[in-house]
Design a protein around this ligand. Structure first.
Ligand SMILES: Nc1ncnc2c1ncn2[C@@H]1O[C@H](COP(=O)(O)OP(=O)(O)OP(=O)(O)O)[C@@H](O)[C@H]1O
Ligand SMILES: [Mg+2]
Length: 339
């Protein structure tokens, strides 16, 4: 960790000035103009000093320009093609804070992974069913959901998984029924392993299973962590975003120790970044300082395109394929495949 912190700090501060986030292809000017919902921000400016900068001056000018994380961007080549599918890597999209971009990232990372030839299962593990809605499915109209697979032994997971409008992206949907599972599971033997058990029959069919967690650290989330190989933590670039992350990491550590030794943090994903504000940059700098290389190079900008995609019931890679948001999730997919 200390090495990565050092690298991060050095890269942040070649000149004691703020880094130019718009130099990053994934968060460039297109992303800003995407954000049509914003009144002109009283811009603290790209030329305002970053207060967290430590004054190191040992970076020479011909180094690659830093991205929004303050680190130089690493080029990731096109991921290798696959000859066959599976067994899947299971990734829990997790943060007990609400509205940080878990569901949005699950849909769009899933769709981007599929563009790279990966077969993807998205698991809606939130009784709100937002992931299902985001893929154009009305959760309250469903007869069978992940709830039935979990609670009724006669229901096969393969019968509840459905195709989506995106090729090679399948969905295990959820609806409000799942809220009862949290209570009912408490009495079950092996209650923390329930999701792992129900996913087992289909693991070999997919390359990635992304589990969209609800905003809590309750039994459903513990189930997701127990089933997972990795966790992606979406983190909003807002002042209070770091609150609660220590508790989340503590929970991940406990699950690793007691239930699932495979579990690893795949990465921390900064979301809703606004390259025009000093505030976003300050939060970003703190996140990189705290978590070093665990933070993905890819940063997701704040843009109205994402709420639009929810209404459209499609991932951004289809709704606005050339948008900065779509590009960002493709870059994230490359990072995830690489990690
Ligand atoms: N990068 C973004 N820019 C702007 N709006 C976004 C972005 N990402 C997500 N949103 C919007 O923010 C809201 C919350 O996002 P999302 O539902 O993905 O968060 P969540 O962490 O899954 O929330 P919850 O904790 O309630 O499940 C949604 O309306 C979504 O469209
Ligand atoms: Mg959600």
């Amino acid at each position: 960790m200390s090495t990565s912190h050092h690298t991060a700090r050095r890269a942040q501060d070649p000149s004691g000035r703020a880094t130019d986030a718009t130099a990053d292809g994934t968060s460039g000017p297109a992303a800003v103009s995407d954000a049509g919902d914003h009144a002109p921000v009283s811009d603290a400016g790209d030329h305002t000093p970053v207060r967290t900068a430590k004054g190191a001056r040992d970076v020479v000018d011909d180094k690659p320009k830093p991205g929004p994380t303050g680190r130089p961007r690493r080029e990731i080549p096109e991921p290798p093609r696959l000859d066959g599918h599976g067994p899947a890597r299971v990734v829990a999209m997790c943060n007990q804070k609400g509205g940080v971009g878990k569901t949005t990232s699950t849909i769009n990372l899933g769709a981007a992974l599929a563009e790279y030839g990966r077969k993807v299962l998205l698991v809606d593990f939130d009784p709100q069913g937002a992931l299902s809605v985001g893929l154009g499915i009305q959760p309250h109209e469903l007869d069978q959901t992940v709830y039935n697979v979990i609670m009724e032994r006669s229901v096969e997971v393969g019968d509840v998984i459905r195709k989506t409008t995106v090729d090679d992206v399948h969905l295990l949907p959820s609806n409000i029924d799942l809220s009862a599972a949290e209570v009912q599971l408490v009495a079950e033997v092996g209650r923390e392993h329930t999701l792992l058990r129900v996913l087992r029959p289909v693991i070999d069919e997919y390359d990635y299973v992304l589990v969209d967690c609800q905003p809590s650290l309750g039994l459903l989330t513990v189930n997701a962590l127990t089933a997972a190989d990795g966790v992606i933590i979406p983190l909003e670039c807002e002042f209070f975003s770091l609150r609660g992350v220590a508790l989340l990491i503590d929970t991940i550590d406990k699950v690793r120790e007691r239930l699932n030794p495979r579990l690893d943090i795949t990465g921390i994903l900064a979301t809703m970044f606004d390259p025009r504000t000093l505030h976003s940059k300050e939060v970003m700098a703190r996140v990189v300082e705290a978590f070093g290389d665990t933070v993905f190079d890819t940063v997701i900008n704040r843009t109205v395109r994402f709420p639009e995609t929810t209404v459209a019931g499609e991932p951004i890679t289809r709704w606005a394929p050339r948008s900065a948001g779509a590009t960002a999730y493709r870059t994230l997919a490359r990072e995830v495949i690489r990690r």
